[in-house]
Design a protein around this ligand. Structure first.
Ligand SMILES: Nc1nc2c(ncn2[C@@H]2O[C@H](COP(=O)(O)OP(=O)(O)OP(=O)(O)O)[C@@H](O)[C@H]2O)c(=O)[nH]1
Ligand SMILES: [Mg+2]
Length: 193
């Protein structure tokens, strides 16, 4: 049985690094992936360390990818983790951005679990408002569709005082994590499997 996870969030919230580190945390040493970019699809296999070097954002717009890992003898036996296109805080999207948003919405319509990554170091009030609005929409959508939804507050390793997780107007408690150090991964595993 394949369990599908959609990883969503604003640019540079850590979606790609999360997808790779989460697969590695679950024991994967090779990742199968399908990539969707402006020019089409491609597929391949890659080690987690090579994926971190090649796929984690260096300021360019990133393709969406689905990583697939097999976990024989475990439940679920197969995971498909889609690292979606960034959600953009813009009222007018160009043709490419509309295609990307449409891909994300289709992914959300067929997924079992939605993980919404937010960057806790963000201090721009407009971006925080956008993050909170996205969270409320996803929370309502997940309730309607009976999909598992979790809000993940990322980059806690960069917060000077960890007890000072910002009090954003979000739908419910967020799970504090550091995708970089993998802090919070154990708790997340308990919550979603
Ligand atoms: N310190 C720290 N840096 C992080 C963490 N998670 C991600 N980063 C960094 O944040 C930057 C963006 O990470 P990505 O995984 O590429 O973010 P993304 O959401 O996929 O970005 P786009 O695809 O461009 O939207 C990279 O430089 C990562 O190394 C974290 O938990 N702590
Ligand atoms: Mg990315």
């Amino acid at each position: 049985m394949t369990r599908k996870i959609a990883v969503v969030g604003a640019p540079a919230s850590g979606k790609t690094l999360f997808s790779i580190n989460w697969c590695e945390y679950l024991g994967a040493t090779r990742l199968y992936y399908y990539e969707l970019n402006g020019t089409g699809r491609r597929k391949g296999t890659i080690t987690p360390s090579e994926a971190r070097k090649r796929m984690v954002s260096k300021g360019r717009s990133q393709p969406a990818r689905t990583f697939i890992i097999n976990q024989p003898g475990q439940s679920p036996s197969r995971l498909a983790i889609t690292d979606t296109f960034s959600l953009l805080h813009k009222t007018i999207l160009n043709a490419k951005e509309r295609m990307q948003l449409s891909f994300t919405l289709k992914t959300l319509a067929t997924t079992d679990i939605i993980l919404n990554l937010v960057d806790l170091t963000c201090s721009d009030p407009h971006q925080v408002e956008f993050i909170a609005a996205v969270d409320r929409h996803l929370s309502e959508f997940s309730t309607r569709r009976a999909v598992h939804y979790r809000l993940l507050g990322n980059k806690i390793d960069l917060l000077k005082n960890r007890s000072k997780i910002p009090g954003w107007p979000v739908s419910g408690p967020l799970i504090p994590i550091s995708v970089k150090t993998r802090a919070g991964f154990e708790l997340l595993r308990e919550k979603i499997f």
